[in-house]
Design a protein around this ligand. Structure first.
Ligand SMILES: Cc1cc2nc3c(=O)[nH]c(=O)nc-3n(C[C@H](O)[C@H](O)[C@H](O)COP(=O)(O)OP(=O)(O)OC[C@H]3O[C@@H](n4cnc5c(N)ncnc54)[C@H](O)[C@@H]3O)c2cc1C
Length: 293
């Protein structure tokens, strides 16, 4: 199976890439690490005449602290994210996701921007970045837009990226004190297995130990990384306990909309969500309690 013949454009700036995207319109695609796109082209799931490579835009490869937030450039690879001391210290829940993603060869190429922009329901970063209240930065020659991830995904492989826009990075706001988050996912084997079901959770504790705010998101069991508002309603204002987390897990299962496929039936995935929700909440609580010390 070969990649069909395409025109390849190597760009060196966002402005150059945006001009080409505008010019070639629906006949063009952005190429980052290529771990999704080249596979789709080979399998003829998609076709395109022009590949616009953004891989040489150095400004998209950095992880920085800016204005009380962490900014992750779109071309940051999964390996870079996984090995970043800044990310490990500030948002260990992101590393919950990166350490289970794919194998080294794929992780060295796969980018954060590609993982988000492809909007595949089983992608690992969108659920945790959404639970961390992250936003994407969308750049075009007309200007920059910042869109919260919870509004960004429109359906499987559909996002709010407009024509000629490039996802330039992700912004994760500082969480403040007493905050914890975690990502729990189930794959059929260790390494190179995509998620069968996943749950991300974040919570903040108030001074008296009750839950001040909470966010639960689903991965691989809904068309998008869905935010489960019903679970937040169960949790907020309550003292954390196993019984409370079991109730929140029930609300999370009710919000899931899994498919049945070779990796597992919808019923099996619902069982997984119940377990993963409780695991993610318990780990998030542990981190929030450590953060409070
Ligand atoms: C063997 C294998 C195992 C895998 N395992 C996992 C796994 O465990 N978990 C997981 O989540 N994923 C997994 N993946 C999927 C894949 O590696 C990720 O989704 C990857 O992060 C995509 O990034 P990329 O840079 O390769 O994107 P590309 O393939 O280059 O692009 C993907 C899509 O996003 C668009 N795009 C890319 N960058 C941008 C941008 N900056 N702005 C706008 N649009 C953009 C492209 O046009 C294309 O439509 C696996 C893939 C393979 C081949």
């Amino acid at each position: 199976m070969y990649i069909p013949s395409v025109n390849f454009h190597r760009t060196r700036s966002l402005a150059e890439a945006s001009v080409l995207l505008e010019f070639y319109g629906s006949q063009s695609r952005i190429l980052a690490g290529g771990t999704d796109l080249l596979v789709d082209l080979k399998a003829k799931r998609i076709s395109t005449d022009h590949l616009i490579s953004i891989n040489h835009i150095a400004s998209l490869k950095t992880i920085t602290e800016e204005n009380d937030a962490l900014r992750i450039g779109a071309l940051t690879t999964i390996t870079q994210l996984d090995e970043s001391q800044l990310v490990r210290d500030r948002f260990p829940s992101i590393v919950d996701a990166t350490r289970v993603m794919a194998v080294r060869q794929v992780r060295n190429l796969a980018t954060v921007g590609g993982n988000i922009a492809s909007a595949v329901p089983c992608a690992d970063l969108p659920p945790i970045l959404t639970a961390l209240n992250g936003s994407v930065v969308l750049w075009s020659n007309k200007g920059e837009r910042i869109v919260p991830l919870r509004n960004f995904f429109l359906g499987p492989r559909r996002t709010d990226i407009h024509e000629a826009e490039i996802l330039s990075g992700v912004i994760i706001p500082n969480s403040g004190r007493n905050f914890g988050a975690a990502y729990a996912r189930f794959g059929l084997r260790e390494g190179n297995a995509i998620a069968v079901a996943a749950v991300a959770a974040s919570l903040t504790l108030s001074a008296n130990g009750t839950i001040n705010s909470a966010c639960i998101t689903l991965g691989a069991v809904a068309p998008i990384p869905k935010v489960v508002e019903e679970a937040s309603n169960v949790l907020c204002g309550e003292k954390p306990s196993d019984a409370l987390f079991a109730k929140a897990a029930d609300a999370t299962v009710a919000a899931a909309d899994p498919i049945s496929d070779v990796r597992g039936s919808a019923a099996y995935r619902r069982e997984l969500v119940a377990v993963l929700a409780q695991r993610a909440l318990s780990k998030a609580l542990q981190r929030a309690e450590e953060d409070a010390q």
